[in-house]
Design a protein around this ligand. Structure first.
Ligand code: ADP
Length: 266
């Protein structure tokens, strides 16, 4: 009897250990597959602008006695190299967000300030396309986090809202307090997102219309970065959208009750 009891106790423990080991291995394999996939995607995405820049630089050399053609090719080269630079910056940002210390530092951050920064980044694009940016922020909202990252998350949402809106439309940014969260919502009257794609738009490099992204200049990384920023802050991002009518992205971040204290800073 005593021996049997010991065996009965040990067996489930051993099978739990084996199960934990299998789960661990499965996780390791999954992580490795995701990493391989990411490297393959990055290589593919980098190839396009790098290839274009190479061809365009050849074209510039060949057209050296035609100043108009040189200028045309040089302008296209500038556009491609800007695209390449955004892509590289976003890849670095994404890998930092998935690293060991993604938040880097957390301070009380004024929501009005980050919304203003985000709006400023898109204001030139918006006015070029006659898109009105409207802002309605409750005053004194403070979240706890990394100011640069939060401004980047809101900035990516505003940039998308402007990009996927028709000329003359309005993009509305609102911020309000909801229990222990602050909710920043970005609403557009743009093309909307088909129901079949909505689950996938936060994936890296996922685009609803890959053919169109050349003209919009998007990288397919913006929303993935927003999702990671929300997660490292203990928040979340969600989307509501009707195709042909528009979308609302809601970013929720934990509230901080500490106002940025000017006396303390002195
Ligand atoms: P991109 O750089 O291509 O905009 P994102 O990761 O920011 O990449 O977005 C992924 C895809 O989600 C976009 O390619 C676009 O198809 C869709 N999308 C994002 N925001 C909006 C929006 N406000 N309205 C319509 N579609 C959107």
């Amino acid at each position: 009897y005593p021996t049997r009891t010991v065996v009965a106790r040990v067996a489930p423990l051993r099978s739990r250990l084996v199960l934990a080991l299998i789960e661990d291995r499965t996780r390791e394999h999954r992580v490795e597959a995701v990493r391989r996939d990411f490297v393959a995607n990055v290589s593919h995405e980098l190839k396009t602008p790098v290839g274009a820049i190479r061809l365009l630089s050849d074209a510039v050399v060949e057209a050296s006695d035609d100043p108009e053609a040189v200028e045309r090719f040089a302008m296209r080269m500038k556009k491609e190299s800007e695209r390449l630079s955004v892509l590289v910056q976003q890849i670095i940002e994404l890998s930092r967000l998935q690293g060991d210390d993604p938040l880097e530092q957390a301070d009380p951050v004024s929501v009005e300030d980050v919304v203003e920064t985000a709006i400023d980044t898109s204001s030139i694009d918006a006015s070029a396309r006659s898109v009105t940016l409207s802002v309605q922020c409750d005053s004194d909202l403070v979240v706890l986090g990394n100011e640069g990252q939060i401004a980047m998350a809101v900035g990516n949402l505003v940039k998308n809202a402007v990009t996927y809106s028709p000329t003359g439309a309005t993009v509305a940014v609102t911020a309000r307090s909801l229990d222990s969260f602050v909710e920043i919502a970005v609403t557009d009257q743009g093309i909307g997102i088909p129901a079949a794609d909505i689950e996938r738009i936060f994936e890296r490099f996922y685009r609803v219309d890959p053919a169109r992204h050349r003209s919009t200049g998007g990288t397919g990384l913006g929303l993935s970065i927003v999702k990671h920023i929300a997660a490292v802050h203990g928040g979340e991002v969600r989307v509501w959208s009707v195709e042909g009518q528009g979308s609302t992205f809601r970013l929720r971040l934990p509230r901080s009750h500490d106002l940025p204290d000017e006396d303390e800073a002195l």
